[in-house]
Write a protein that binds this ligand. Structure first.
Ligand code: PEP
Ligand code: MN
Length: 300
């Protein structure tokens, strides 16, 4: 099997590879959280989100300028204006930026502001796009397609590696199941353990798209860290009820400090820490049971 994804295969790099973005290392001892709104909506929305993300101690800001949407009538992002807002947020806060590239024609513009280029679930199979972003020479977050087998996902990563870009991070974001009543997708945490075993690439988890529900994000953050994830991609909005996209699965940015503490608690249990919160939190008191649950009050 390894022969099919010969560069991604774990056998190629026994200890596992890391992807660095400045002083942030994905795939090392520290767990990296990438947090922000689904979509860039305005300068003020993005700045409010960015400040909350930075204050909670997370190093990477997410936000889509180009949004893949099921309906062509839905909000599809601010496009180039969204990129300008992301650039401003980066300059004003010092956070690294992750944002999606949907088309070969946008690669250069997006790579001009993004520290990590995101390939969305719908684009995982578009091999020409994978090659085009590989050529941009930036770190790439490769989401698993929602109907992609694990092998197809690893082979998509292989397209990027074969092209000469070895800075690939895998992202499990949930696959289609038969029961859409309570969750949007089935978050496949076994795939995290498989990906860590089969490949040497860092693996992160998106519990926001993985569940489609804000109240399930925190339990899945805990489970993802316990399953061996190297990081998380999480949607958070200053006012989820007014979000133009995916508000129902977005945490309120006011809840981010709680998220940070919870992630750190599980990270410690698996001998890791959350970047760079671990250092600040060492010696902190354990949380009282009354606050050890999500803001929704859902008990896990
Ligand atoms: C996103 O992260 O904004 C997104 C569109 O996710 P996915 O490609 O996993 O649907
Ligand atoms: Mn979204």
């Amino acid at each position: 099997m390894s022969a099919e994804y010969r560069q991604a295969a774990r056998a190629n790099s026994g200890r596992g590879s890391t992807v660095s973005i400045g002083d942030i290392t994905v795939g090392g001892e520290q767990i990296i959280l990438m947090v922000g709104p689904c979509a860039v909506e305005s300068h003020s929305q993005m700045m409010a989100a960015a400040i909350a993300v930075r204050e909670a101690g997370f190093p990477i800001l997410r936000g889509g300028a180009y949004k893949p949407r099921t309906s062509p009538y839905a909000f599809r992002g601010l496009l180039e204006d969204g990129l300008r807002i992301l650039d401003a947020a980066r300059r004003e806060t010092g956070l690294a930026i992750i944002t999606e590239v949907m088309s070969e024609t946008d690669v250069e513009a997006v790579a001009g502001v993004a520290d990590i280029l995101q390939i969305g679930a719908r684009s995982m199979h578009v091999s020409r796009l994978l090659e085009a972003i590989a050529d941009a020479g930036k770190p790439i977050l490769l989401k698993r397609g929602f109907s992609a087998t694990m092998k197809e996902w690893f082979l998509a990563a292989e397209y990027i590696l074969k092209r000469g870009n070895d800075r690939v991070i895998l992202c499990e974001r949930g696959i289609r199941g038969f029961d859409g009543e309570y969750t949007r997708n089935v978050l496949d945490l076994a795939a995290v353990a498989v990906a860590k075993r089969e490949t040497h690439l860092p693996v992160i988890v998106d519990p926001s798209h993985g569940t489609g529900r804000a109240d399930l994000v925190l339990p899945m953050v805990r489970a993802a860290i316990a399953a061996g994830a190297d990081g998380l991609l999480i949607e958070a909005h200053p006012d989820p009820t007014s979000a133009m996209c995916d508000g129902g699965q977005s945490l309120a940015t006011a809840d981010l400090p709680h998220l940070a503490r919870e992630a750190e608690t599980i990270a410690r249990a698996v001998s890791r820490s959350v970047y760079p919160i671990g250092a600040k939190m060492r010696g902190a008191e354990p949380l009282p049971a009354s606050v050890a649950f999500g803001s929704s009050g859902v008990r896990t």
